[in-house]
Design a protein around this ligand. Structure first.
Ligand code: DC
Length: 221
């Protein structure tokens, strides 16, 4: 087992895990891996180079050579700031498709493990505790009802000045969950040794505190 501590935070989209993971990383002074961003960058890269999401070998090649850089909260692809571009709905859809390709997941495996640097790492994703860092000392699985997650996404969209339909978002959330949970490679599921944290009625700050408390307890073991 590596001596470098890892806290994995997995869960479905809009479960709050991105924000929780980032705040836990800041509180601990740890590095932070947003693994979803790597799948989003891969999808964006494919779109830019005209590669079909179904062309597994070509998409895997792009993933293996991704000229990506994360710096002070910004995301760069080959010198271009794509922080906002990778959050676009079409890129999210593409990410979900390329994430189902085994060769793409394999291409991104070592790249993700390379983020394990001292003094420690908080890794946010779907398979951090099950596939990428199975030996992590602290594993958390964040959940929330599809309705609660759709409502959060709805508020985000409205705040950004977009229009949105709550019922369409609930359906979209359920469809994406089904795809992420049912896929053959690295399906979304909690590691057997993960702490399950339901954030349906839990604020972000309370979730952060619960993760930090659990991590301290795990370290004491
Ligand atoms: O968390 P996110 O919405 O940025 O993730 C984008 C897509 O990538 C989503 O469909 C799930 C997928 N993903 C994955 O399969 N494995 C990960 N470790 C992270 C994200």
């Amino acid at each position: 087992m590596s001596a470098i501590p890892v806290i994995t935070i997995d869960g479905p989209s809009a479960s709050g895990k991105g924000t929780v993971a980032e705040r836990v990383a800041r509180a601990m002074g740890f590095h932070f891996l947003d693994s979803g961003a790597l799948y989003r960058l891969t999808a964006l890269s494919a779109m830019k180079s005209g590669v079909a999401f179904t062309d597994e070998a070509a998409v895997a090649n792009l993933a293996a050579a991704l000229p990506a850089r994360f710096d002070a909260g910004r995301v760069w692809l080959a010198g271009e700031d794509v922080t906002d571009a990778i959050r676009a709905e079409a890129v999210g859809e593409g990410a979900s498709k390329v994430a189902a390709l085994p060769a793409v997941r394999a291409a991104l495996l070592e790249r993700q493990r390379a983020y394990r640097q001292l003094p420690g790492l908080v890794a946010d994703g779907r398979d951090m505790g099950t596939v990428i860092f199975p030996d992590a000392g602290t594993k958390v699985f964040l959940t929330a009802s599809a309705e609660a997650r759709a409502e959060r996404r709805y508020k985000q969209l409205i705040e950004k000045g977009n229009s949105a339909s709550l019922s369409a978002l609930v359906a979209d959330m359920q469809a994406r969950d089904a795809r992420d949970t049912a896929r053959a490679v690295a399906p979304l599921r909690p590691a057997p040794d993960a702490l399950l944290l339901d954030t349906t009625h839990l604020g972000i700050e309370a979730a952060v505190q619960a993760v930090l408390k659990y991590h301290r307890k795990r370290q004491g073991n």
